[in-house]
Design a binder for this molecule. Structure first.
Ligand code: SAH
Length: 337
C-alpha cells in the first residue's frame, strides 16, 4: 500500500493512517477524518473499500454464537460465525463465495463456486464482526464457506496481513486453515513455513468411502494426503487437526476407528469429531450420543487424542453454507414466481 500512496505523491505515513482506518471496518473513505480531502478524492477515484455489509445477523439463544450473512460489493453473500470460548473470541471466516469441492454433506458446495474472495474481503469479515460486537477477535478458523487452498494466493496474502504488527496482529499460532485435502495447497502452505494449524477434513479412513463423499479424494488419495500432512508437520512442527464428521451407519464403525488410528500413526495430531449436521439435500444423520462417545473412546484406546466438537449455534444454522443456501433458495423462488 505504501508504494501506491507514494505514487499519489503522499508521504508514507499516510499509508499507515489509511491501513489503520480500514482495520476499523469503515465502509466509506469520508470516515477517514485525519486524511486530507484531496487524497480522499483520489482514493475514491481509484479504489473501493471491499467491505462486508451485514445483511442478517443471528444470535444463538443457547450460547454466545453469532452468525452473520454478509453482502459483498457485487451482491454476493458469504457467511461468518463468531464463537465465544473461555480463551476469547474466535471468528470462522469464508474464503470463497460457494465452493467447488462438492463434499456431499456440505451446504456450501451445493451451487458450486461463484468466485474467490480477495484477501481484503477475508479481513473485512473480521473487521465487521469486531465493529459490530465491539470486541477483539483473538483466533481465526478458515472453516467457513469455500476451500482456502483452492484460493491460495489470497489466503496467503490474508495470513500475512492479519498477522502483521500494523494490522490485527493475530498470532499465526491462533489461526487454523481447514482443507478438504488439496495436497498441492498443503505443500505450498508448508513452504510458507508459518506456524498455522492445519485442519484436514478427513471424514473417512478408507479410499472407497472417502471417494463416495468427497470428490477431492479422486484427485489425491488418503495416502498422498497423509504424506503431505507429515511433510507439513516436519516443516512447521505444528500438530495437525483431523476433522471427522460422524455419519450414522457410514463412518462410525469400529473398523473405521481402527483404520483411522492406523493411517494417522506417526503424526502428532488431534481428531476432532463432528456429529454430522444434517442438510436437507442429503440423508446423512449423526449417530446417537452413546455411539459418538464409544467411537471417541475407541480412538483414545488406540492412543489418539480425540474430542467431540461442541455444537455451537445449532439453533441458528451455524454450519457451513446453510444460511446462504437459504437466501439463495428464497431468491431462486422469487425469480421462478
Ligand atoms: N473447505 C474446507 C473448509 C470449509 S468446511 C474444508 O473442507 O475443510 C469446514 C468443516 O465443516 C469441514 O471439516 C467440513 O467438512 C465440515 N462440514 C461441512 N458440512 C458439514 C456438515 N453438514 N456436517 C458436519 N461437518 C460439516
Amino acid at each position: 500500500m505504501s508504494g501506491y500512496i507514494s505514487g499519489l505523491g503522499q508521504p508514507a505515513y499516510r499509508a499507515k493512517q489509511i491501513f489503520k482506518w480500514l482495520q476499523s471496518g469503515i465502509s466509506d473513505f469520508d470516515e477517514m477524518t485525519n486524511v486530507p480531502k484531496n487524497l480522499i478524492i483520489k482514493l475514491k477515484d481509484s479504489c473501493y473499500i471491499a467491505g462486508c455489509n451485514i445483511e442478517k445477523r443471528f444470535e444463538s439463544k443457547i450460547d454466545d454464537t453469532v452468525k452473520y450473512l454478509f453482502k459483498l460489493f457485487d451482491g454476493e453473500y458469504i457467511e461468518s460465525v463468531l464463537m465465544k470460548y473461555d480463551h476469547g473470541y474466535t471468528a470462522c471466516i469464508s474464503s470463497q463465495v460457494g465452493c467447488n469441492m462438492g463434499c456431499k454433506f456440505c451446504a456450501s458446495g451445493l451451487f458450486g463456486k461463484t468466485r474467490d474472495l480477495s484477501a481484503s474481503e477475508m479481513l473485512a469479515q473480521i473487521f465487521a464482526i469486531q465493529k459490530d460486537r465491539k470486541i477483539r477477535i483473538s483466533n481465526i478458523v478458515m472453516m467457513g464457506m469455500g476451500e482456502p487452498l483452492d484460493n491460495f494466493l489470497n489466503t496467503a496474502k490474508f495470513l500475512n496481513l492479519v498477522s502483521c504488527e500494523e494490522g490485527l496482529n493475530i498470532g499465526l499460532r491462533h489461526i487454523s486453515v481447514s482443507t478438504c485435502g488439496v495436497v498441492s495447497g498443503i505443500s505450498k502452505l508448508a513452504s510458507l513455513n508459518m506456524p498455522i494449524t492445519l485442519s484436514v477434513s478427513l471424514h473417512a479412513p478408507f479410499d472407497d468411502m472417502r471417494d463416495e463423499i468427497m470428490p477431492i479424494n479422486k484427485r489425491w488419495k488418503i495416502k498422498e494426503l497423509i504424506e503431505a500432512c507429515k511433510k507439513y508437520q516436519n516443516i512447521t512442527t505444528r500438530r495437525i487437526s483431523f476433522e471427522y464428521a460422524l455419519i450414522s451407519g457410514f463412518n462410525d464403525t469400529d473398523l473405521c476407528a481402527k483404520e483411522l488410528a492406523r493411517i494417522t500413526r506417526g503424526i502428532m495430531c488431534h481428531i476432532n469429531l463432528i456429529p454430522a449436521n444434517p442438510i436437507k439435500e442429503n440423508s446423512f444423520v449423526k449417530p446417537d450420543r452413546s455411539k459418538i462417545d464409544s467411537f471417541k473412546n475407541l480412538l483414545i484406546s488406540y492412543g489418539l487424542t480425540a474430542t467431540v466438537r461442541r455444537t455451537l449455534g445449532s439453533d441458528i444454522d451455524a454450519s457451513c453454507g446453510q444460511l446462504r443456501r437459504k437466501i439463495r433458495k428464497e431468491s431462486d423462488c422469487a425469480i421462478i414466481q
